[in-house]
Write a protein that binds this ligand. Sequence first.
Ligand code: 6R9
Length: 655
Amino acid sequence: MSQSQETLSNLLQETRRFAPPADLAESANVKADAYEEAAADRLGFWARQAERLSWSKPWDQVLDWSNPPFAKWFVGGELNVAHNCVDRHVEAGNGDKVAYHWEGEPGDTRTLTYADLRREVSKAANALLELGVRKGDRVAIYLPMIPELPISMLACARIGATHSVVFGGFSADALRTRIDDAQAKIVITSDGGYRRGKPSALKATVDEAVDGAPSIEHVLVVRRTGEEVAAHERDVWWHDVVERQSEEHTPEPVDAEHPLYILYTSGTTGKPKGILHTTGGYLTQTAYTHHAVFDLKPETDVYWCSADIGWVTGHSYIVYGPLANGATSVLYEGTPDTPHKGRWWEIIAKYGVSLFYTAPTAIRTFMKWGDDIPAAHDLSSLRVIGSVGEPINPEAYVWYREHIGAGGAPVVDTWWQTETGSIMISPLPGVTEGKPGAAMRPLPGIVADVVDDRGEPVPNGGGGFLVVKEPWPSMLRTIWGDDEGYVKTYWSRFEGLYFAGDGAKKDEDGDLWLLGRVDDVMLVSGHNISTTEVESALVSHPKVAEAAVVGATDPVTGQAIVSFVIPRGSAGGDVEGEEFLKELRDHVAKTLGPIAKPRQIMIVPELPKTRSGKIMRRLLRDVAENRSIGDVSTLADGTVMDLISEKLPSAKPED
Ligand code: 6R9
């Protein structure tokens, strides 16, 4: 993206502002002084945050950065993550407090208090020990969103084993690659889980994966659906082996840098990278950011993150952050539209959820389904609502605030990655005057900036590459088994800076707006234009719910902008007609300037997305350039590309 003078165009101008509600500002966990405090002494600031945790041995040094980019945080300290997430809350007299309100998709429920969690995690830890798992061993976990998933993760942490959670929608091949790479000793799975009103099997996939995975000694199987599964000698049932264990287990203190987990990035091509997170720094930053960004008041709040635990969002903000803070959370097994499209809002009303965290893809889906669905439920308990995973279009932000946040709940747009481990850039709900579409500022203790292609900071109003300039506690420590790949992938584009692929701009106030992956940037007549800005301009049209934009080779302009648009449910009229397409093109030209006017707009029923909900523009580029469509194996729904191809005749190049 460096051919032109500018690094990345800044086209979108957004003037709406939302101040924090007065009562929230007044009683916020974190106030504006935190920024100054952290800037004055960053390591002292993180040392104070680490004191939120209970350490069995204090650290001698906050950060050892003598061998960059290999960081050691809280050097010499020892602690146990399960003790911090479970036992210490029970010891503090909060054993009866609910840790998880679990809601199965069919409507069955389970309530786990912190005392229940201590009992279940201890039994599972004892079972892992009986099955031969030891400190430092790797355990693969392939489970649906049932309580045994966090229980298994915490049981690993309790004995010092390193878990590798693999999202339950992945194939046998993907599971086997991850088992092999980590040389996992056992897999924890279930017969299946419930999705879209039906039992969906998991065990057969594990059988297929494990047949070719010699490192696996046992498969530990939870019964969830009761469906028949094939039996192998290596299989053991959870209800046989875990249930009969002692309820007592003393958590094993581990070094602050002991590997807590490996999580493979959902990379769309090539070999997945095993991102390694360790113990003390990771738990410190997940706990702090959950406290700061959601303003969690553990005595009164009910928190719900709708992500799957198979993604980093679930690791950090369903399991480790909330439990370290002693929160009460909702854990939901299923899909948002089962048995009806108001299921999530029903859950919020049922449990009185006050803090909610979801993804733009979900928000845009709800916009498409219509305002009347959330309106039929009492969402007045919500006081902070968060977004993660993709840039949130300003219109989606405003809809979210209006229709889910009852017009008053601050939206926190949180930027981070599997690699960063926790939230890095986000508003603080009691401090920041929110701008729709902006992730705003690095959190206290985080030093990030936008730089040009020589690594120099861009001025306010400019766009470029988002980098992190100083190490942070929950940073990845390496790629599992590939130190060289770690240095090459993240630390070699700019000397001494962490760069992981995102473009961003600084507005006139210096606030940050994420502009999508730099690989997706389009070069149109010498201007680098971000897909995000054109998508946001399209979504700002009242009849558009979702849009994806790609650059296609063009003889005149180098690349031309091609858009794929899903109309809102309420759009009405002829949304396929030439008149509407022209209206949309003109709308973009008016919003961003004529340079950003799409050459072509295709109305489609769906967009191709990864299983964690990110738009896969690579496949849309194939469509836009009339190529045969590439590898679709990482798509959440493999049939989407057929639906889009069927629609192709409606593609109308500009006349
Ligand atoms: C947490 C998570 C990371 C990539 C990241 C960026 C995109 C995440 C975002 C966002 C704009 C936000 N991303 N949050 N883009 N605004 N608030 O999603 O981790 O699955 O590793 O993806 O997601 O492109 O680089 P992961």
